[in-house]
Design a protein around this ligand. Structure first.
Ligand code: DGL
Length: 264
């Protein structure tokens, strides 16, 4: 494939959660083209084995590379754990959401206690916990896979959201943290319900810090587009287009109609 600076940026997630990252990327890079894959045919990733997740990372990345993208943003924390599987098959930059998001939380916490909400696979990996502990910050981890299922199958204004979040937060061992990491890209979509439960905290989502990191990287590698018009945004799902359209109503950025793609 002949990538160049005017090629699209590839973005993927197990589902629609990564659109929270794409939304921020479009704001930061209005002239760039984007190609987003929601691997909904294989969602959730968070309950799969490391090998299964790694295999999806490799296959979805390979498809983006085939489409000629100039960089890949893994808009999924669980998939970011297996970034090496993507890097092994390409020389283009591949970006994880974990490090920029964690660095943002580190810069915000004052009481050095940070909650990490993520999928079971991400919590089990201990990645966020280790990064925080290295900075002498106490992590308060909680696996919240239920939130992924909820976001993938409900409208965000569904009144059940408050209950799903409140019930889950009964399991929080400690609420004295001042900063919370949405360590799964689906979770910032439930932030309103979380705020009702937890009150005033710093909520850190993946989109903005990852976008800023990507900006530096594309500048350094002279890969920013030279186009001046509005970029094109293509969205694919390995699942049902109808289901994707029904659950991503909150995604307001202009894009071409969602298309199905098989990646097996
Ligand atoms: N959105 C994904 C993440 O950031 C994972 C959701 C899932 O498929 O379990 O971890």
């Amino acid at each position: 494939m002949h990538q160049n600076k005017n090629s699209a940026i590839g973005v993927f997630d197990s589902g629609i959660g990564g659109l929270t990252v794409l939304e921020q990327l479009i704001k930061l890079f209005p002239n760039e083209d984007f190609c987003y894959i929601a691997d909904q045919g294989h969602c959730p990733y968070g309950t799969k084995t490391a090998k299964q997740i790694g295999d999806r990372v490799e296959k979805v990345s390979a498809r983006l590379i085939e489409k000629g993208v100039k960089a890949i943003v893994i808009a999924c924390n669980t998939a970011s754990l297996h970034i090496d599987r993507a890097r092994a098959i390409t020389d283009i930059p591949v970006v994880s959401v974990i490090y920029p998001t964690c660095a943002r939380a580190v810069s915000l916490t004052r009481n050095k206690k940070v909650a990490v909400l993520a999928t079971q696979a991400t919590i089990n990996s201990g990645t966020y916990q280790r990064l925080l502990e290295k900075e002498n910050i106490t992590p308060v981890p909680l696996a919240c896979g239920e939130f992924v299922d909820f976001v993938e199958s409900h409208d965000l204004d569904d009144p059940m959201a408050d209950k799903v979040v409140a019930d889950k937060f009964l399991q929080l061992p400690d609420r004295t943290f001042d900063t919370l990491i949405h360590g799964c890209t689906h979770f910032s979509l439930l932030e309103n319900s979380m705020r009702k439960c937890l009150g005033d905290k710093n909520f850190v989502a993946c989109g903005e810090p990852t976008g800023e990191y990507l900006k530096k990287l594309l500048e350094e590698q002279q890969l920013l587009t030279t186009a001046t018009g509005k970029g094109r945004v293509e969205i694919y799902t390995t699942g049902s287009v109808e289901n994707a359209n029904a659950t991503m109503k909150w995604f307001k950025a202009e894009h071409s109609p969602v298309q199905h793609i098989d990646i097996d």
